[in-house]
Design a protein around this ligand. Structure first.
Ligand code: IPE
Ligand code: IPE
Ligand code: MG
Length: 235
């Protein structure tokens, strides 16, 4: 358990830099993703052990379909392999959920996701949300579509549309907003990650490629987070 006074409840991580890591080592890009998946395993267990309650990792964006078909196939194969080895991959007392649009995913992956979610323990120490075919804008579009249907059916009055009604229709309405979002790889942007939820997240950008990311890097991000003064518009 971490001794910090203000540990974030929810951490988001944009797992970026796998391709550059592979290039640096003269390996195919998919080897970078494989190594990145190992980092994910280690970091999620570390988060559990220090008392983080929620971890959301960006694994595949709605824009990542633009990549060469062999890279997309490699990423999906990796996901399949992970889902089949859920017990060892995610560790004890960790629940796993997937956020994103499942529509375009292969049917067997969707079945594996459903199976994994159904096997979750009721009171996990940590809930890991894997953002797969996830886009922040896409998530908002889905929520607004549901809202429009409810207005059309008369279940909701237009004047009752507010932030709560939108938030309720997002992929994971019971998850708190992320307190801290970490992006390794040196890139300093959000790339369509948790757009609604990041309104007041603390952002930490780090100059390390995701496959090289260690618990020490996470601790550095937590040090930085501890120094921030969160005001949420107040004083
Ligand atoms: C992140 O690493 C993994 C995915 C987006 C699936 P990248 O593959 O984007 O790595 P870089 O940015 O090319 O180094
Ligand atoms: C964001 O990384 C998506 C994931 C890490 C899954 P990208 O590598 O796709 O983002 P850009 O293209 O650099 O903005
Ligand atoms: Mg990238």
């Amino acid at each position: 358990m971490d001794k910090r006074e203000n540990l974030p409840v929810h951490i988001g991580i944009i797992m970026d830099g796998n391709g550059r890591w592979a290039k640096k080592h003269g390996l195919p890009r998919n080897m970078g993703h494989k190594k990145g998946a190992e980092t994910f395993e280690k970091i999620s267990k570390y988060c559990r052990d220090i008392g983080i309650r929620w971890l959301t990792v960006y694994a595949f964006s709605t824009e990542n379909w633009k990549r060469p078909p062999e890279e997309v196939a490699g990423l999906m194969a990796l996901m399949r392999q992970y889902l089949k080895n859920m017990d060892t991959a995610f560790g004890e007392k960790i629940a796993v959920r997937f956020i994103g649009d499942r529509g375009p995913l292969d049917g067997d992956i969707v079945k594996l996701i459903e199976k994994a979610e159904a096997a979750n323990i009721p009171e996990p120490k940590l809930t890991v949300q894997v953002a797969l075919n996830y886009g922040g804008r896409d998530e908002i579009v889905h929520a607004v579509k549901k809202l429009a249907e409810d207005v059309k059916s008369g279940a909701l009055e237009p004047e009752d549309v507010d932030e709560r009604e939108i938030a309720k229709r997002l992929y994971s309405p019971d998850a708190p907003d992320p307190d801290l979002i970490i992006r390794p790889s040196g890139e300093e942007r959000i790339s369509n990650f948790l757009l609604w939820q990041c309104a007041y997240s603390e952002l930490v950008f780090m100059d390390v490629l995701w496959p090289d990311f260690t618990p020490e890097h996470l601790e550095k991000a937590l040090d930085e987070y501890e120094k921030r003064s969160r005001r949420f518009g107040g004083i």
